[in-house]
Write a protein that binds this ligand. Structure first.
Ligand SMILES: [Zn+2]
Length: 142
């Protein structure tokens, strides 16, 4: 029997520790600049708009739409064996921040640019939960 292989897990650093702490609580947060109030992601030490190095964590809705996606049919990492096709998505959150993630609970035929999605969390270890996205019809506007 083959040993269970897991995906490489994120290694928190001082800039993104708050993001991963929130994911562990199943909350999605982004940085908000303390100077100009702009939201940003991924976490980084300074604001690209006003250069302030002060920021706070801002909880976001977890709702958004797919900006674009790609579907991987080959297990490019041993941990993905049996988990392909694997859909990588760029999600535009309602709050105007773009985030890279993985689409779950969806067939590859279902995924579309502009598709409404919502965050969901997978507890991959005792310390780490990863934010993924799944289809949502709450964001659909007729
Ligand atoms: Zn700023």
């Amino acid at each position: 029997m083959e040993p269970q292989v897991s995906l490489p897990l994120p290694v928190p650093n001082p800039d993104n520790q708050g993001f991963w702490d929130a994911c562990r609580r199943h909350e999605l947060v982004v940085q908000r600049c303390s100077g100009c109030r702009a939201l940003r992601h991924p976490p980084r030490p300074g604001c690209p708009k006003c250069r302030s190095t002060e920021s706070e964590w801002h909880r976001v809705s977890g709702r958004g739409t797919i900006y674009t996606y790609t579907i991987t049919h080959q297990a490019i990492h041993p941990a993905l064996k049996g988990r392909v096709p694997w859909t990588v998505v760029l999600v535009d959150l309602e709050e105007g921040v773009r985030m890279v993630s993985h689409l779950v609970d969806s067939s590859t035929e279902q995924v579309r640019i502009g598709m409404p999605v919502e965050v969901t969390f997978e507890d991959v270890s005792e310390e780490v939960s990863l934010p993924y996205f799944r289809p949502s019809d709450q964001g659909a506007k007729s």
